[in-house]
Design a protein around this ligand. Structure first.
Ligand SMILES: Nc1ncnc2c1ncn2[C@@H]1O[C@H](COP(=O)(O)OP(=O)(O)O)[C@@H](O)[C@H]1O
Ligand SMILES: [Mg+2]
Length: 364
């Protein structure tokens, strides 16, 4: 398995990069920056006697700082980052809801500042926590309303609604009121609404944040299908598993700046992450420490049964594991449990951002 990984990934890395020579990028962002200046509070200040200290001066916030990225048609780009990192601000600028302070962005070939109307016609948008639908109308009525508001011709709208009902698995419920829908169905209807006019670019701000695991999985599957059909997708999330599952490329955003971007597999490699072996051992701790040496990443306490856990660097996967466990056994250490864990995007994220989150060890 290890042999298959190296060269194949290199080849993929080449061919998988957005090919800008044959197709212009669907989304192109250059040095995009947004600063929120402190608001001057006028109001009653100065008129009232001062009983308390003035509130702290509001600060200038650089919400998005010098962002560069490109998304090719049919690709899904995941913008990953903690709360307050600048994800929603980025989406709002691309959706023409906020003007950039500096830098530029184009969507489907149109500049977000100079041609906002054309941009809006070419995007579908879904914001986190947005209600987005009239709950007292049926699914069909909602789609008819949004389609009419975006000036879709009647015949085309009818066709698109039929196609959306089928694609998003809502055929049987299209004439029921949205308030009777499950959360997952509401989100599927939201996706149907965002893609109704078949936009070449879809902007999804935390599309699965409010969903239960089953609904989130459905939504991920649908989002992947939409990308496969040729739509360029910008998706924000703080769910690393989600990003690794559905995004072709991801960018890690921290305090407004993109600190890394690439294919999930490349980021994992760049971060220097390697497989880790979790062992549960019994025997003499000193002997085990001497044998494992500096490959030991983390040591647990010895419990009442004389067992202790250790996490070990395993650069060659199972080969490292086999070599180490036979050495341990030959020196009288009992290997109660051995688990190899491949590095994932979460490991890379933690390494890149310097966050300190300990992963659960062997759970007992
Ligand atoms: N309208 C606004 N006025 C002032 N500050 C804002 C405004 N919108 C967002 N911010 C600030 O910009 C930063 C980025 O916010 P946001 O883009 O919403 O982050 P995220 O979506 O990654 O959680 C945060 O510090 C937030 O408080
Ligand atoms: Mg947000």
């Amino acid at each position: 398995m290890e042999a298959a990984n190296g060269p194949r990934n290199e080849a993929l890395a080449e061919s998988d990069l957005p090919n800008m020579s044959s197709q212009p990028p669907a989304v192109s962002v250059r040095s995009l920056t947004r600063v929120f200046e402190p608001r001057v509070r006028r109001g009653l200040r100065g008129l009232l006697p001062r009983f308390r200290a003035e509130p702290a001066e509001p600060k200038r916030i650089v919400a998005v700082n010098d962002l560069d990225l490109e998304i090719a048609p049919g690709h899904c780009f995941g913008l990953l980052g903690p709360n307050g990192a600048g994800k929603t601000t980025t989406v709002k600028m691309l959706a023409t809801l906020l003007e950039p302070t500096s830098g530029s962005a184009s969507v489907a070939g149109f500049d977000v500042v100079r041609s906002p109307r054309q941009v809006r016609r070419n995007i579908g948008v879904l914001f986190a926590g947005e209600r987005g639908m009239y709950w007292r109308l049926s699914g069909r009525e909602n789609l008819e309303l949004f389609g009419t508001l975006s000036f879709m011709p009647r015949e085309r709208l009818r066709e698109r609604i039929e196609a959306a009902a089928h694609r998003f698995g809502l055929e049987d419920r299209m004439d029921d009121l949205v308030e009777t829908y499950s959360t997952g169905m509401k989100q599927r209807l939201n996706l149907a609404r965002a893609t109704l006019h078949d936009p070449p670019v879809l902007l999804l701000d935390e599309p699965t944040a409010a969903l239960d695991p089953v609904a989130a999985r459905e939504a991920r599957h649908l989002i992947r299908q939409i990308a496969e059909a040729g739509t360029a997708i910008l998706l924000t999330t703080h769910n690393l598993y989600e990003a690794e599952q559905i995004c072709d490329r991801v960018g890690i955003i921290q305090s407004g700046s993109l600190v890394a971007q690439g294919r999930p597999a490349d980021l994992i490699r760049q971060a220097g992450e390697m497989p880790r072996l979790d062992l549960l051992l019994r025997g003499d701790l000193g002997t085990a420490k001497a044998l494992i040496g500096s490959d030991g990443l983390w040591w647990g306490e010895v419990n009442r049964d004389g067992e202790f856990a250790v996490a070990v660097r395993a650069p060659d996967g199972w080969r490292s594991s086999d070599a180490l466990t036979s050495t341990l056994v030959s020196q009288g250490i009992v290997v109660e449990e051995a688990r190899l864990r491949e590095p994932d995007l979460e490991d890379a994220y933690i390494a890149i951002t310097g966050s300190r989150i300990e992963r659960p060890f062997i759970e007992r």
